[in-house]
Design a protein around this ligand. Structure first.
Ligand code: EPZ
Length: 430
């Protein structure tokens, strides 16, 4: 088994480079399926979720060429309208983008139900409602989502999102770019990765207006041609490193970011005592004063992102006073709290609310990552704790953080990867 072993209690100093945005990449790569030609996509993060999406594209017959560490070329000219199997689809949430892309390209889709982090319910009713309103019959049977557009192609219409769902907004966009007529998404989600998907599709010849606002208009076009596109930097990866230096103290230059995307995170970290200096494509974060309590509620963009909730909780565990954290997006995103308690955190959870009593210090312990951002939060807690923390189930972390051990080591963290004997033996046999 692979673990991260961290010797904490050291402030972080130096500079770290942010990679391409995971939640943009996992939508933009399936969107290449809509393009009749070669898409060159740059600033692709080297993470296991992206590897999986590229595997699915290859399974469907796409020609995927790795140009360099962060650039791929994808040619879907000869892609097949085949099923995305359970063995691949269930590994991540974003596999459901193949439904919208296949409906858009072929007018039909068969994709096994998605997986992804467990936050209580993760329904896809808004996705299905969107596809149905565009003329598709959608059926979920035996773990497979089957969708068939009446007349063989999607038809533009107005889709009202009961909640501003990131996934459903992007999926309807994918189904609409080649549809007959115009689609209007009302109450659309506004996250940076939604704008990035729209910009990618427009660079390939789509006609999408209003992405980033709550009304997105997509005028169907006959086809999309190839082109080049570079994915935006990852807002949440950047926020995670900002939270790390806020928790440990020190000074870190976080490079290759869009400061505007970080405003909601910056505001809260500054309330807690961090100093954040915004540069053109970087932020300089330092924390030398004692951490102060604050209250945070996670909300859809431009509110404080739910994907930063566990990471900022790690900071609040060390803040003087009592903080109240409210999870405004997911039913249950506190599964990591028991692991924090092993390190001496004082947290009480009641439904969507966590009350955090700051403690003078956390103590290193053996802990287990239960999902992507919870794992990142345990890394932050380990960096700030006195003593040694061993984190297992690190595969969750590696789904969304490129080279996290190298990047943290580069800013002074004492963190290393340890592969335990059972894995070594298996490797020898293999
Ligand atoms: C995306 O998930 C992200 N994942 C999540 O990030 C992120 O937490 C979430 O957006 C919110 O920002 C990817 O982009 C791959 P939603 P998604 O649809 O699209 C409800 C990470 O850490 N809902 O915006 O699944 C849903 O239950 C991951 O990178 C429905 O009720 O989120 C939730 O309460 C974790 N019906 C709310 O809407 C639906 O059909 C927001 O979900 C869809 C969603």
């Amino acid at each position: 088994m692979t673990k991260y072993v961290i010797r904490g209690g050291k402030p972080l100093y130096g500079a770290v480079e942010i990679s391409g945005a995971k939640n943009a990449a996992v939508a933009i790569l399936p969107a290449a399926l809509l393009v009749d030609g070669v898409c060159r996509i740059e600033n692709v993060p080297q993470i296991s979720d992206v590897t999986l999406i590229l595997n699915i594209l290859q399974e469907l017959g796409a020609d995927v060429r790795t140009i360099n560490r962060t650039t791929v070329e994808i040619d879907c000219s000869h892609i097949r309208n085949a099923m995305v199997p359970d063995a691949l689809a269930r590994k991540i949430r974003a596999s459901y983008y193949f439904i919208g892309a296949m409906l858009g390209r072929f007018g039909s889709a068969q994709v096994a139900l998605p997986g992804g982090c467990d936050f209580g319910g993760r329904p896809i009713d808004l996705h299905i409602k969107g596809f149905a309103s565009m003329g598709a019959d959608v059926d979920v049977k035996g773990g497979i989502i089957s969708a068939q557009a009446a007349g063989g192609h999607m038809v533009g219409t107005t889709v009202y999102m009961d909640m501003s769902s990131v996934g459903a907004t992007m999926n309807v966009m994918l189904a609409a770019v080649l549809a007959e007529g115009t689609t209007v998404i009302e109450n659309a989600a506004k996250e940076p990765h939604i704008v990035d998907l729209a910009n990618f599709l427009n660079s390939m010849g789509a006609s999408i207006m209003g992405a980033g606002t709550d009304v997105i208009k997509i005028r169907g076009v006959a086809s999309l041609s190839g082109g080049s596109y570079s994915i935006i930097p990852d807002q949440i990866e950047a926020g995670t490193y900002m939270a790390a230096v806020t928790a440990t103290g020190g000074e870190v230059l976080i490079k290759n970011v869009i400061p505007k995307h970080l405003e909601c995170i910056t505001a809260k970290l500054v309330e807690m005592g961090a100093e954040v200096e915004e540069l053109d494509d970087a932020v300089l974060v330092r924390r030398s004063r004692p951490l102060e309590r604050t209250n945070i509620k996670t909300l859809p963009y431009p509110g404080f992102p739910t994907d930063m909730q566990p990471q900022v909780a790690a900071c609040l565990c060390l803040a003087q006073g009592t903080s109240v954290l409210t999870e405004g997006v997911w039913d249950n995103r506190y599964r990591y709290v028991d692991e924090f308690r092993r390190m001496g955190a004082q947290i009480q959870v009641d439904g969507k609310i966590a009350v955090i009593e700051g403690v003078p210090q956390l103590t290193g312990a053996a802990v287990e990552a239960c999902d992507l951002r919870a794992g990142a939060a345990l890394v932050i807690a380990g960096l700030a704790a006195q003593g040694t923390t061993e984190i297992s189930q690190v595969r969750h972390i590696e789904r969304g953080y490129e080279d996290i051990v190298r990047k943290l080591s580069g800013i002074g963290a004492d963190i290393r990867v340890v592969v335990t004997p059972d894995e070594v033996k298996a490797a020898q046999v293999g």
